[in-house]
Design a protein around this ligand. Sequence first.
Ligand code: FE2
Length: 386
Amino acid sequence: MEKEIKNVEYGLEKIFDGAQDFLPLLGTDYVEFYVGNAKQSAHYYKTAFGYQSYAYAGLETGLKDRVSYVLKQDKIRLVLTTSLVSNSPISEHVKKHGDGVKVIALWVEDARKSYEETIKRGAKSFMEPVVEKDEHGEVVRAGIYTYGETVHMFVERKNYNGTFLPGFKEWKSDYNPAAVGLKFIDHMVGNVDWDQMNATVKWYEDVMGFVNFLSFDDKQITTEYSALMSKVMSNGNGRIKFPINEPAKGKKKSQIEEYIDFYEGAGVQHLALATDDIIKTVAELKARGVEFLPPPPQAYYDEIPNRLGTHMSIMKEDISKLQELSILVDADEDGYLLQIFTKPVEDRPTLFYEIIQRMGAKGFGAGNFKALFESIEREQEKRGTL
Ligand code: FE2
């Protein structure tokens, strides 16, 4: 059963009676990557993706064993962390997985309660509640493991008015490339191993009180060569959406299997970042060297008026412009959406980004899955991993 509510900021209108409210989530707080060289990663995300310098912690602020750069663009906060010593959980993580997402931090009203409630429901602890303080107040954080070695950190910051977190100082840089119009994280996708999707879905239902509101089986997400299955999990207010993918058997290797092989386990596959003007954002990203998947064939663009049906009348974008930038279009009963996918942003074919502009549509571009996966397969072919 679904109840209608309006959430203008996130473009969401539904909450689910099935979702329990023991874990009210206010939004995504930050996403932390463990990387081999945070200084250079920070430069890349500023230059290529238009993030702004925001906060810093390292040797200069009293840390001895690690350094973190925090970047910001509108509501999106990325933390890039590198170990300064060989023997640390951060170094081990990078050694095994390469650069990747370690923490998906969730903004909550009460971090202790969030931790207790999820542990009570079976979560594995990553970090017991810790109170961090400085002259700007205090933050309470606590963390639990989700799929693979990935962590959900609960962040309570209602008594804090400093930059980011206690222990961080404001990062002022002389190098400040302009933002590219990225607004907030629309969804974050996890890849899990063979036969693990349903267990992961059940974990989100039981431990986090999420609901599974969309499912795609291997008949829907398939090409001539490969397939995958996906289920989309959402929290009660719809602000947090986590699709979960699992590989499926095909004639050749699924892109999810390729990910699992190279990441050496389950992990975050892509972050979808929302923009209000995808044409402007993507043109800017391309000019700054971000590499996107190659465009689908001409026939894909010829079919857009058919696929959009009545939504064509509200479509503002010029199809030839979308084609020029390789942007994909999909529609559902509520409207349409525009999306595009980058190539992996690191050497291992693991993490990539999606740029998305929703014009009413609430789906994830199911109508584009075939074209998208065929593009990915052409890239896998080049890597010899198909
Ligand atoms: Fe996506």
